[in-house]
Design a protein around this ligand. Structure first.
Ligand code: PAF
Length: 259
């Protein structure tokens, strides 16, 4: 049975009763669940005695109110998926419960968080790191699971955990893709049928273009609005929008093919 917890106080009481003997795996999400999230849950279940998932659409990480308002989370549907997976606990607090300080206190990183997603979405990573710090601290989990689709987020979370000596292991999980290569994302469901078909060209071009300039040119030609295409530390990153829907992705760069 899945225990549903709606406030920090309730969670703290629940967590206290679990004790420290059993290992807890934690999967932070904003809902709008898809197979990518299910993989994080299954990985946690295979490595821990218990698994908890948070469903919290974190307002502070949205720099755009319209994006927040249209975020496709459906609590009943998400809960049904987690129950079917056999998750032990779902933590779905209110904004007031998570931000008793009204976001006066925040965690920020002063370098990598300003690149790529940080340039396009000012303040985004302050909101992400702040809520992840709160969630991980509350969870008391041994491990937390993050997808590589949000690679920059993953690296920043790992950096925060190291910087603040947080006693938790961050487990990186491979990006889950649809049959045509599009990385699964909650936002994909906002694409029209033709937009969804077109979206598959994004990962293909990002992965195969010989140069960054070529990737940008091919993406624009295909009808995407390009926010950035960059290479950093052996990975190529891209963000585009299509029909007003943001898509991000990244691939390890095949160094042998460019020699
Ligand atoms: O990746 C996400 O869904 C969110 O950024 C996270 C980690 C749950 C924080 O709100």
């Amino acid at each position: 049975m899945t225990t549903v917890i709606r406030s920090v106080e309730e969670w703290t009481a629940y967590r206290g009763k679990l004790g420290k003997e059993k290992s807890l795996g934690f999967v932070p999400t904003m809902g709008g669940l898809h197979e990518g999230h299910c993989e994080l849950v299954r990985r946690s279940q295979s490595e821990n005695d218990l698994t908890a998932v948070s469903l919290f659409v974190n307002r502070t990480q949205f720099n755009n109110a319209a994006d927040y308002d249209s975020y496709p989370a459906d609590f009943a549907q998400d809960l049904a998926m987690l129950e079917a997976l056999g998750v032990d606990a779902v933590f779905a607090p209110s904004y007031e419960s998570m931000y008793p300080d009204s976001y006066r206190y925040m965690v920020s990183e002063s370098s990598e968080s300003l690149a790529m997603e940080g340039t396009q979405r000012p303040g985004h990573f302050d909101g992400v790191l702040t809520v992840v710090m709160k969630l991980l601290n509350l969870s008391g989990a041994r491990r937390a699971y993050f997808g590589e689709k949000d690679y920059q987020q993953l690296q920043l979370v790992k950096g925060m955990v190291d910087a603040f000596f947080m006693p938790i292991e961050i487990v990186a999980c491979e990006t889950v893709r649809a049959f045509d290569g599009l990385a699964l994302s909650s936002r994909n469901r906002r694409l029209s049928e033709s937009g969804r078909a077109k979206a598959a060209e994004f990962p293909q071009i990002l992965e195969t273009a010989a140069t960054l300039e070529q990737a940008v040119a091919l993406l624009e030609e295909a009808g995407f609005q390009v926010e950035y295409v960059e290479e950093r530390e052996g990975r190529r990153f891209g963000a585009v929008s299509l029909e007003g829907v943001r898509l991000i992705d990244n691939w390890a760069v095949d160094v042998t093919s460019s020699v």
